[in-house]
Design a protein around this ligand. Sequence first.
Ligand code: ZN
Length: 220
Amino acid sequence: MIVPPHGRLFFERVATLRILLKTPMFRWLVLAAIGGTIIITAVVIARPVTVTEIVDGDTVRLSDGELVRLLGIDTPEHGEPFFAEATEFLARRIDGRQVELTFDYTRRDHYRRLLGYLWLDDSLINLHIVRNGLARVYAWPPDTLHYRTLVRAQTEARRHKRGIWSLPAPEPESLYVIHTKRFRFHRPDCPAAAATSTTSTRSRDSLLDSGLSACRSCRP
Ligand SMILES: [Zn+2]
Protein backbone atom coordinates (compact mmCIF):
# COMPACT_ATOMS: atom_id res chain seq x y z
CA MET A 1 0.00 0.00 0.00
CA ILE A 2 1.26 3.47 -0.92
CA VAL A 3 0.85 5.94 1.93
CA PRO A 4 0.80 9.63 0.91
CA PRO A 5 3.47 11.80 2.65
CA HIS A 6 0.98 13.56 4.99
CA GLY A 7 -0.58 10.17 5.88
CA ARG A 8 2.88 8.82 6.78
CA LEU A 9 3.43 11.85 9.03
CA PHE A 10 0.15 11.11 10.83
CA PHE A 11 1.15 7.47 11.46
CA GLU A 12 4.58 8.61 12.68
CA ARG A 13 2.94 11.02 15.13
CA VAL A 14 0.59 8.33 16.46
CA ALA A 15 3.60 6.04 16.94
CA THR A 16 5.49 8.80 18.81
CA LEU A 17 2.45 9.43 21.03
CA ARG A 18 2.20 5.69 21.81
CA ILE A 19 5.88 5.64 22.83
CA LEU A 20 5.41 8.78 24.95
CA LEU A 21 2.35 7.29 26.69
CA LYS A 22 4.53 4.38 27.80
CA THR A 23 6.77 6.88 29.67
CA PRO A 24 5.56 7.12 33.31
CA MET A 25 6.45 10.84 33.52
CA PHE A 26 4.42 11.69 30.40
CA ARG A 27 1.49 9.62 31.67
CA TRP A 28 1.54 11.59 34.94
CA LEU A 29 1.62 14.88 33.02
CA VAL A 30 -1.43 13.87 30.97
CA LEU A 31 -3.32 12.76 34.10
CA ALA A 32 -2.38 15.99 35.93
CA ALA A 33 -3.58 18.09 32.96
CA ILE A 34 -6.92 16.22 32.84
CA GLY A 35 -7.35 16.45 36.65
CA GLY A 36 -6.47 20.15 36.66
CA THR A 37 -8.97 20.88 33.90
CA ILE A 38 -11.74 19.04 35.75
CA ILE A 39 -11.05 20.97 39.01
CA ILE A 40 -10.81 24.37 37.27
CA THR A 41 -14.03 23.69 35.33
CA ALA A 42 -15.86 22.68 38.53
CA VAL A 43 -14.74 25.81 40.39
CA VAL A 44 -15.03 28.45 37.69
CA ILE A 45 -18.16 27.45 35.81
CA ALA A 46 -21.20 29.00 37.41
CA ARG A 47 -24.35 26.97 37.80
CA PRO A 48 -27.72 28.79 37.52
CA VAL A 49 -29.90 28.04 40.55
CA THR A 50 -33.17 29.40 41.96
CA VAL A 51 -33.39 30.49 45.60
CA THR A 52 -36.70 29.45 47.18
CA GLU A 53 -36.06 30.12 50.88
CA ILE A 54 -33.80 32.32 53.00
CA VAL A 55 -32.91 30.28 56.09
CA ASP A 56 -30.73 33.02 57.64
CA GLY A 57 -28.09 35.52 56.57
CA ASP A 58 -25.67 32.88 55.31
CA THR A 59 -27.85 29.90 54.33
CA VAL A 60 -30.43 29.55 51.55
CA ARG A 61 -32.51 26.74 50.06
CA LEU A 62 -32.67 26.11 46.32
CA SER A 63 -35.60 24.93 44.19
CA ASP A 64 -34.09 21.40 44.04
CA GLY A 65 -34.18 21.22 47.88
CA GLU A 66 -30.41 21.68 48.34
CA LEU A 67 -29.18 23.96 51.15
CA VAL A 68 -26.32 26.32 50.31
CA ARG A 69 -24.06 27.70 53.03
CA LEU A 70 -22.42 30.90 51.77
CA LEU A 71 -18.64 30.51 51.96
CA GLY A 72 -16.21 32.81 53.73
CA ILE A 73 -18.76 34.56 55.93
CA ASP A 74 -20.62 34.18 59.21
CA THR A 75 -23.82 36.10 60.00
CA PRO A 76 -25.43 36.69 63.44
CA GLU A 77 -27.29 33.72 64.96
CA HIS A 78 -30.99 33.80 65.86
CA GLY A 79 -31.47 36.11 68.86
CA GLU A 80 -28.28 38.08 68.22
CA PRO A 81 -28.26 41.71 67.07
CA PHE A 82 -28.55 42.13 63.29
CA PHE A 83 -29.86 38.58 62.72
CA ALA A 84 -33.09 39.97 61.24
CA GLU A 85 -31.25 42.59 59.15
CA ALA A 86 -28.86 40.01 57.67
CA THR A 87 -31.73 37.65 56.80
CA GLU A 88 -33.73 40.57 55.35
CA PHE A 89 -30.74 41.63 53.31
CA LEU A 90 -30.59 38.27 51.52
CA ALA A 91 -34.38 38.04 51.19
CA ARG A 92 -34.64 41.43 49.48
CA ARG A 93 -31.93 40.60 46.98
CA ILE A 94 -32.22 36.95 46.07
CA ASP A 95 -35.40 35.32 47.46
CA GLY A 96 -37.30 33.73 44.57
CA ARG A 97 -34.64 34.77 42.07
CA GLN A 98 -32.29 32.95 39.77
CA VAL A 99 -28.65 33.41 40.78
CA GLU A 100 -25.35 31.79 39.83
CA LEU A 101 -23.62 29.36 42.18
CA THR A 102 -19.85 28.77 42.11
CA PHE A 103 -17.75 26.54 44.30
CA ASP A 104 -14.39 26.59 46.03
CA TYR A 105 -12.29 23.55 47.01
CA THR A 106 -14.80 21.76 49.28
CA ARG A 107 -18.19 20.91 47.78
CA ARG A 108 -20.19 20.06 50.95
CA ASP A 109 -19.87 20.49 54.73
CA HIS A 110 -20.58 17.77 57.31
CA TYR A 111 -24.29 18.75 57.34
CA ARG A 112 -24.31 17.86 53.57
CA ARG A 113 -24.99 21.51 52.68
CA LEU A 114 -23.43 22.81 49.46
CA LEU A 115 -20.66 25.34 50.13
CA GLY A 116 -20.52 28.16 47.63
CA TYR A 117 -20.60 31.70 46.37
CA LEU A 118 -23.82 33.24 45.06
CA TRP A 119 -23.70 35.76 42.24
CA LEU A 120 -26.47 38.12 41.14
CA ASP A 121 -25.77 40.01 37.91
CA ASP A 122 -22.02 39.38 38.29
CA SER A 123 -21.87 40.75 41.82
CA LEU A 124 -20.93 38.49 44.71
CA ILE A 125 -23.68 38.30 47.35
CA ASN A 126 -21.23 36.92 49.98
CA LEU A 127 -19.21 40.13 49.51
CA HIS A 128 -22.21 42.51 49.60
CA ILE A 129 -23.41 41.27 52.95
CA VAL A 130 -19.91 41.74 54.45
CA ARG A 131 -19.56 45.23 52.94
CA ASN A 132 -22.88 46.20 54.58
CA GLY A 133 -21.65 45.10 58.01
CA LEU A 134 -24.16 42.24 58.28
CA ALA A 135 -21.62 39.38 58.18
CA ARG A 136 -18.14 38.75 59.51
CA VAL A 137 -15.46 37.22 57.32
CA TYR A 138 -14.97 33.64 58.42
CA ALA A 139 -12.62 31.55 56.32
CA TRP A 140 -12.55 27.78 56.24
CA PRO A 141 -9.21 26.87 54.70
CA PRO A 142 -8.68 25.60 52.03
CA ASP A 143 -11.83 27.38 50.74
CA THR A 144 -10.27 30.83 50.50
CA LEU A 145 -10.82 31.80 46.86
CA HIS A 146 -12.35 35.23 47.64
CA TYR A 147 -10.93 35.61 51.15
CA ARG A 148 -8.75 38.70 50.54
CA THR A 149 -11.60 40.54 48.77
CA LEU A 150 -13.94 39.71 51.65
CA VAL A 151 -11.42 41.01 54.21
CA ARG A 152 -11.08 44.30 52.31
CA ALA A 153 -14.88 44.71 52.33
CA GLN A 154 -14.95 43.95 56.07
CA THR A 155 -12.25 46.58 56.74
CA GLU A 156 -14.42 49.11 54.91
CA ALA A 157 -17.52 48.11 56.95
CA ARG A 158 -15.54 48.37 60.21
CA ARG A 159 -14.16 51.77 59.32
CA HIS A 160 -17.68 53.09 58.69
CA LYS A 161 -19.10 51.26 61.74
CA ARG A 162 -21.79 49.55 59.64
CA GLY A 163 -24.15 46.96 61.16
CA ILE A 164 -22.43 44.60 63.61
CA TRP A 165 -19.39 46.91 63.68
CA SER A 166 -21.53 49.63 65.32
CA LEU A 167 -21.91 47.41 68.41
CA PRO A 168 -19.53 47.86 71.38
CA ALA A 169 -16.32 45.82 70.88
CA PRO A 170 -15.86 42.75 73.14
CA GLU A 171 -13.72 43.06 76.28
CA PRO A 172 -10.11 43.25 75.02
CA GLU A 173 -7.31 40.84 76.03
CA SER A 174 -3.67 41.81 76.55
CA LEU A 175 -2.70 38.66 74.66
CA TYR A 176 -4.43 36.66 71.91
CA VAL A 177 -3.79 33.12 70.70
CA ILE A 178 -3.33 32.97 66.93
CA HIS A 179 -3.79 30.00 64.64
CA THR A 180 -2.48 31.32 61.33
CA LYS A 181 -3.23 28.21 59.26
CA ARG A 182 -6.87 28.38 60.34
CA PHE A 183 -7.07 32.19 60.04
CA ARG A 184 -8.31 32.45 63.65
CA PHE A 185 -7.56 34.26 66.86
CA HIS A 186 -8.75 33.29 70.36
CA ARG A 187 -8.81 34.42 73.96
CA PRO A 188 -5.88 32.84 75.87
CA ASP A 189 -8.17 30.45 77.82
CA CYS A 190 -10.17 29.18 74.79
CA PRO A 191 -10.26 25.35 74.63
CA ALA A 192 -10.56 25.56 70.82
CA ALA A 193 -7.11 27.18 70.53
CA ALA A 194 -4.77 24.51 69.20
CA ALA A 195 -1.55 23.65 71.01
CA THR A 196 0.45 24.61 67.92
CA SER A 197 -0.82 28.21 67.95
CA THR A 198 1.32 31.22 68.78
CA THR A 199 0.48 34.21 70.97
CA SER A 200 0.40 37.88 70.06
CA THR A 201 0.15 41.16 71.95
CA ARG A 202 -1.35 42.87 68.87
CA SER A 203 -4.74 44.54 69.33
CA ARG A 204 -8.00 42.96 68.18
CA ASP A 205 -8.32 45.61 65.46
CA SER A 206 -4.86 44.85 64.13
CA LEU A 207 -5.63 41.11 64.02
CA LEU A 208 -8.89 41.76 62.16
CA ASP A 209 -7.05 44.09 59.74
CA SER A 210 -4.61 41.32 58.92
CA GLY A 211 -7.50 39.05 57.92
CA LEU A 212 -7.80 36.78 60.98
CA SER A 213 -11.30 35.89 62.18
CA ALA A 214 -12.45 35.98 65.81
CA CYS A 215 -13.19 32.46 67.11
CA ARG A 216 -16.93 31.75 67.32
CA SER A 217 -16.76 30.05 70.72
CA CYS A 218 -14.56 32.38 72.83
CA ARG A 219 -15.63 35.48 70.83
CA PRO A 220 -12.50 37.61 71.42
ZN1 ZN B 1 -11.60 30.52 70.72
